[in-house]
Design a binder for this molecule. Structure first.
Ligand SMILES: [Zn+2]
Ligand SMILES: [Zn+2]
Length: 215
């Protein structure tokens, strides 16, 4: 399994990167991206800390570990700058914390700005519009189906538009605690809720794989 959205205790996750990666390996993961919350105050800190350890973890624990970040609550007009800065600092996967029905405080316009910035993944974008989905397809931004409680209520809506328009989806866990990592039951439940199938899951994993093979 590939999971491109997780948090360590460099932001609000419970685990140190080494423990998160070991637990992921144990859960049958092939690859995991460590994508802590970042704004302009801590981006250099979280990305540099994570990139310091990814090669070692990959080598010793035989799992593909990818450094990233999740751009969070940055004003929409500055998201593009933040994405570029994150890439410059060494983030391979840049996720943007999208507009979700359970988090109305996320600045309005975040979904569109993220898609225009050509980030890699727009996370939990439950408030997405049809036009946003069209631009996501054009800009090759993956739209996230999340297993995270709360945010996942928007999944069916994201899935429906993405299917209709042909935009690409990816399933992530947004892990903050060890029990958030992928399990067969969780995947099954989330697929059912979003009216998606096992072959959609395979497609989402393929989209994740293509992304990590591209760098
Ligand atoms: Zn988020
Ligand atoms: Zn997150």
């Amino acid at each position: 399994m590939i999971d491109l959205h997780t948090h360590t205790f460099f932001s609000d996750g419970d685990l140190i990167p080494s423990e998160l990666v070991c637990r992921a390996k144990n859960a049958g993961y092939y690859a995991i991206a460590l994508t802590d919350h970042a704004d302009f105050s801590n981006m250099d800190f979280v990305i540099r800390r994570i990139t310091r350890i990814t090669d070692g973890l990959r080598r010793y624990y035989k799992i593909n570990v990818i450094a990233g970040c999740e751009i969070t609550y940055i004003p929409p007009e500055l998201i593009s700058k933040a994405v570029q800065q994150a890439r410059k600092l060494g983030a391979k996967i840049v996720v943007v914390h999208g507009e979700s029905p359970v988090e109305p405080a996320v600045p309005k316009g975040t979904n569109r700005a993220a898609i225009l910035s050509r980030c890699d993944i727009l996370a939990h974008p439950g408030y997405i519009t049809e036009e946003d989905v069209r631009v996501a397809k054009k800009n090759n931004v993956l739209l996230e189906i999340t297993t995270r409680n709360g945010h996942r209520i928007g999944n069916w809506y994201v899935a429906e538009f993405a299917k209709k328009i042909g935009a690409k989806l990816v399933m992530d866990t947004d892990t903050h605690k060890p029990e958030d990592l992928f399990s067969e039951k969780k995947i099954k439940d989330v697929l059912k809720e979003a009216k998606l199938t096992q072959s959609d899951f395979a497609e989402m994993q393929k989209n994740a794989k293509n992304l990590i093979m591209s760098f």
